[in-house]
Design a protein around this ligand. Sequence first.
Ligand code: CA
Length: 225
Amino acid sequence: MRVLVVEDETRLAEGLRRGLEAEGFAVDVAANGTDGLWMAREQQYSIILLDIMLPGISGYRVCETLRADGNWTPILMLTAKDGEWDQIEALDTGADDYLTKPFSFSVLLARIRALLRRGAGERPTVLEAGDIRVDPAARRVWRGDTVIEVTAREFAVLEYLIRRRGDVVSKRDVLNNVWDDDFEGDPNIVEVYIGHLRNKLDRPFGRAAIETLRGAGYRLASNGG
Ligand code: CA
């Protein structure tokens, strides 16, 4: 079992190396995101322990890049303290689990073993509606062969629509699933994002995937419009 530890705090990295080696793992350590990404691409690892705040490329980007490459090695994100990061974002980038520092070594070991049991199964795949494709793990969107750049919120709205493709979804459904539960702003914000998505996904291609059903809501056509 080979483990890659991507961690810039030298003492922690060395502590992890010693502890994991004592448990019978082979351990490689990278002290920044750039080296970590390179090593993860060069070597086959059983699991990657990935700090988020790293010199060079952040842990988020390392994770996202590996997933976009189709590398599904289990990734356990490590982070210094609550608030400096967003656990939802970590999981959205394709991480499998996360642990907040300081953590006990026995907890870390239990998490590692759980991830190893689960293995590196291929992640939920790309969602499709006709020639629109949405990759939730890598957060990428395509119309045909064209990559569509979207913001995080636009992505979330589109992901919700494509998961429910063919169904009519109300503005309220979108709000409840994409915004925080305590969102108290103007529900018409949904319309604004639908407009952005049409401008990116439909208009340039002369298509109309996102329908408005007056009084009812929206529907993403299963065939891509
Ligand atoms: Ca760090």
